[in-house]
Design a protein around this ligand. Sequence first.
Ligand SMILES: C[S@@+](CC[C@H](N)C(=O)[O-])C[C@H]1O[C@@H](n2cnc3c(N)ncnc32)[C@H](O)[C@@H]1O
Length: 468
Amino acid sequence: MLTKANIEHEKLNPDSSFFKNALAPTCDESTLLSLLDNLGRLPAGFNGELFIPLLTHVNPKIRMLAAKNVGKLKDEKFLTALSQLASTEKNTFARREAISAIGRMRSEKAVSTLIEFLTDADPKVVLQVLRGLLYFKEKPEVQTALDSLHEHPNELIREHLANEVKNKSARLQGIKKDRHHPSSPDPLKNVIVHADVQEALKIIPEESIHLTFTSPPYYNARDYTIYQSYEAYLDFLTTIFKETHRITKEGRFFVLNTSPVIVPRISRAHSSKRYAIPYDIHPRLTDIGWEFIDDIVWTKPDYAAKNRNGGFFQHRKPLGYKANSVTESVMVYRKKTDKLIDWNIRQYDEETVEASRVMGEYEKTNLWHINPATDKVHPAVFPPELAARIVRFYSFKGDLVFDPFAGSGTVGHVALAHERHFLLCEKDAEYVERAKQLLDVALFTDAKPRVRSLTDLKSEFAERNHNL
Ligand SMILES: C[S@@+](CC[C@H](N)C(=O)[O-])C[C@H]1O[C@@H](n2cnc3c(N)ncnc32)[C@H](O)[C@@H]1O
């Protein structure tokens, strides 16, 4: 039985006949698979010809791994063998590997072969082709070939190309984002804006905030606001979350807590109507450019649910069953970007990253058991534990956390408790007063909340712009 250590040792001696024997197509399949899978980095001068007979092995996994190992050598002398494999291969994994190996050569000779595979039926093969071709994107034939893909039915291919076009135009215009990712405008820090959030958002500059956690009004289930129709309600939320997208920094998170609601029946002759808010708002969010990341389910104890079982409990007749709802959705989205999360993390200094680590026990599943909270003034507050998890998982110390529908301001004091800043917006004077009261007595900070009207906020930004 070959170990990784044996393999590494043998790689140091390229003249030995070890690999010639071990990679012979007549070897048993499991030994070949294990060796091909564990070869790791190949030393310069490794005899790649040993893989060529394996490209026609009966086992598709062996063909795939052989192609992968040829790819590591990045040598254009294998172009013909790999092109042949890509053209005849039925197994899509092996075909992908052959195309990837051709792309890795970065050889002009490979361009026409790659272009041929742009029409492959497997979108992942096409993505591999794209990767290989983008290296030669200045060549006119490559540009023409890529242009034909803008209408491709696969969303990942279209996205990849759109990013490429975006980056290219940014390069041409010499646009370099010089905004400092960890910082946010001072007039927004630890502020409660007493206003309709639709108006407040118009004043906030783009890419100002790091995280949004919010629970919007639940259609007409409570009386904060009455909407003319469910469509009008969804349109209202869409406008707010589109603006939230604009003011969010690149690649940062938006977490939305909602649940289906019941609008009660108007008489015994009518039935009540249940609206599936999380499901109806989701496609609108992804259209805006929020990328879906996670669906967390917040579970409350049974006693917290409104009893919908009364009738069924008595009559037990089918079709009349109604589940008592003990869950709410906590949907996690990220502002779509071609940058990886690592890029976001790298924008912070080591000290901040270290200080923001989520230490100790934490919930590893998407089922979060948290008791609901109550407040003597506001009827529907976040449990601080729920807000604390979101703030700790999705922001760094010093970040600006936004809640457009702030109510009693739970997101505010949780943000402060975890050394973040907050920006809250609430239109109801009684709730603004409550939020201010709760934030004022918070012992963990000297940072007093500042309540601002729209006019205050506008003039602070005007002054700031004047001084810049
Ligand atoms: C579900 S509550 C949020 C409660 C909050 N999570 C808390 O912990 O207290 C929704 C809040 O949005 C506020 N609201 C509704 N429409 C608004 C608007 N257009 N602008 C600002 N606030 C609004 C309501 O007054 C209500 O306090």
